[in-house]
Ligand binder design. Sequence first.
Ligand code: PGA
Length: 250
Amino acid sequence: MGARGKLIAGNWKMNGLRAALAEAEKIGAGAASMPEGIDLAICPPATLAGALSDLLKPTSVALGGQDCHPAASGAHTGDVSAEMWADLGARYVIVGHSERRADHGETDEIVAKKAEAAFRAGLTPIICLGESLEERDSGQAVNVVERQLRGSVPDTGANKPFVIAYEPVWAIGTGRTPTVEQVEEVHDRIRGAIVERFGEGQNQTRLLYGGSVKPANAGELMHASNVDGALVGGASLKADDFLAIATASA
Ligand code: PGA
């Protein structure tokens, strides 16, 4: 276990009716027997966030949002602000997930504003980056991720806690994963770029891998160099799978 410890964050996306609270309860109970240095978080849809906030409070599992608006409040129908997540006791908020970039046209510039909103509210943003299949196949993966990193992490990130999630778009929900060597190549470059830009102090920034993480592949992926945890979509909806991924990461 590296000095940074590991963060295993579940991104429920637009999944989960109230029946899913039973899974969160199981995750909360399972967290008590996690190995040392493994932190867990669940990022539920907004409709379940209030209930989850109450349910997770007595456990070590953190609450996270899936997105936030750059502004603190105002006339933005349908949006949720970072301050609102903080008010619920959330510790994290995901920004710049590739589904937000694709479905809502979010650019690096918008993502950076959302990350700044998270800092303003005292939250730790989980800033998502990742290349498309076309970009991977044309040998551009590392360049694309470095460009997204520069644009999506605001300058105000210096000495602030933030998390990076490297999620190749072609690995999300597809059952395909990059090789350990491919993950390490990107993560090593991300680590280098962060330290170069913000200094050695930013060495504590955790770098998550995301995209089809399952109990069967978590052990290998989570022990790759500069991998400090996972952002888990589909497999986080089942408590047993999510906890198995966390255990395999130790
Ligand atoms: P997946 O999603 O685990 O279902 O591939 C990961 C993500 O999009 O965060």
